[in-house]
Design a protein around this ligand. Structure first.
Ligand SMILES: NC(=O)c1ccc[n+]([C@@H]2O[C@H](COP(=O)([O-])OP(=O)(O)OC[C@H]3O[C@@H](n4cnc5c(N)ncnc54)[C@H](OP(=O)(O)O)[C@@H]3O)[C@@H](O)[C@H]2O)c1
Length: 309
């Protein structure tokens, strides 16, 4: 019988990409995990991918995770730095997201899962030698990854690190108030900043599949998920190339950003770079037999030509 993969975040971007890729490979049985199997997005998954199982679990509930991992050979795990986690952080529970990541690891070990691929991020505190130490969305994921790897006697653990989502540019877009048709992209960093970009919904799964196919090569080395380093301005030029619409970069002041950890994140990336400046993934991508989405392809495939208001 083929191996059973349980996927956290299957209704979202990262997990959805893992589901899409592993389903298409035909090599795995798939269990999609969601907080609510009756939600429209969960039902849509079951309809789109006939034969997958849906299972209910919440990252805050170890027992529910353990149940959802039962009989699974492999788990893909991710945590979501969402409004609920931010609210808990504000109340002083800075480890709220770490606890969810730890629950994934503990539940997988308790359910005798063989392999866990966990989505993490780098420690910006370590990278900046303590200068930027409050970016909880990075630190908690890093800590969960370290916890997984410290349990290598109990579970075969692998970590992936996602680059900057190309989707972030959609969230940062505004219609210019000057001419009502130019699309402006608002960020607090220099437009020449180089970042590793990723079309998360399409290019996360292939890296996870590569890890499962090449465990010896990937064990012990975080696997970065990106099509390559680009300047922020390149993504904006690509928007115009793909859509024909005028676009410009707008540098906004740091004090217009409400979340202090996001300010620290941008400042750290400006000063110290992304992915701790790793480049090994570029050679790995070439070997993968998967064509990563470029910025122009992203905009063409997305079919999005700007905000409606
Ligand atoms: N934006 C970027 O550039 C960037 C870069 C690197 C990493 N990231 C990280 O990516 C993460 C978000 O991943 P994504 O984009 O794949 O998220 P997404 O598309 O917003 O989806 C979130 C997923 O998480 C699941 N989920 C959330 N809370 C859960 C809980 N308590 N229990 C079980 N499942 C839960 C949701 O499942 P249900 O709703 O079905 O339960 C959903 O499938 C964030 O932590 C962010 O920090 C972002």
């Amino acid at each position: 019988m083929s191996k059973l993969v349980a996927i956290i975040g299957a209704t979202g971007l990262q997990g959805g990409s893992v589901l899409k890729t592993l389903y298409a490979s035909g090599k795995y049985r798939i269990r999609a995990i969601t907080r609510n199997p009756d939600s429209d997005s969960a039902k849509a998954l079951a309809e789109k991918y006939p034969g997958i199982e849906l299972a209910q679990a919440d990252l805050d509930d170890l027992v529910s995770l353990q149940r959802a991992f039962e009989d699974a050979d492999i788990v893909f795990g991710m945590t979501d730095w969402n409004a609920d986690i931010i609210a808990r952080n504000r109340k002083g529970d800075l480890d709220a997201e770490y606890k969810q990541g730890k629950n994934i690891v503990d539940a997988a070990i308790n359910a005798s899962v063989k392999t866990l691929v966990l989505s993490v991020l780098d420690s910006l505190s370590k990278q900046s030698k303590g200068k930027y130490s409050d970016v909880t969305l990075f630190e908690t994921k890093y800590k969960a990854g370290e916890y997984l790897l410290s349990n290598s006697d109990k579970i075969d653990g692998f970590t992936i690190c996602l680059g900057a989502y190309m989707d972030n540019f959609i969230r940062a877009a505004r219609i210019s108030s000057e001419d009502s048709h130019t699309i402006e992209f608002w960020f607090p960093v220099e437009p020449t900043l180089r970042v590793p970009l990723i079309d998360t919904a399409n290019d996360t799964g292939p890296v996870v599949e590569y890890i499962l196919d090449h465990p010896e090569e990937c064990r012990g080395k975080v696997q970065d998920v990106s099509c390559g380093y680009y300047e922020i301005q390149d993504m904006i030029n690509a928007f115009t190339e793909a859509t024909g619409k005028p676009a410009r970069y707008v540098k906004i002041p740091y004090d217009s950003i409400p979340l202090p950890e996001v300010v620290q994140m941008y400042k750290c990336i400006e000063e110290f770079g992304s992915f701790c400046n790793r480049t090994e993934f570029i050679e790995r991508n070439k070997k993968m037999g998967h064509k990563f989405t470029t910025p122009v392809e992203y905009w063409k495939n997305r079919g999005w030509t700007g905000p409606t208001q």
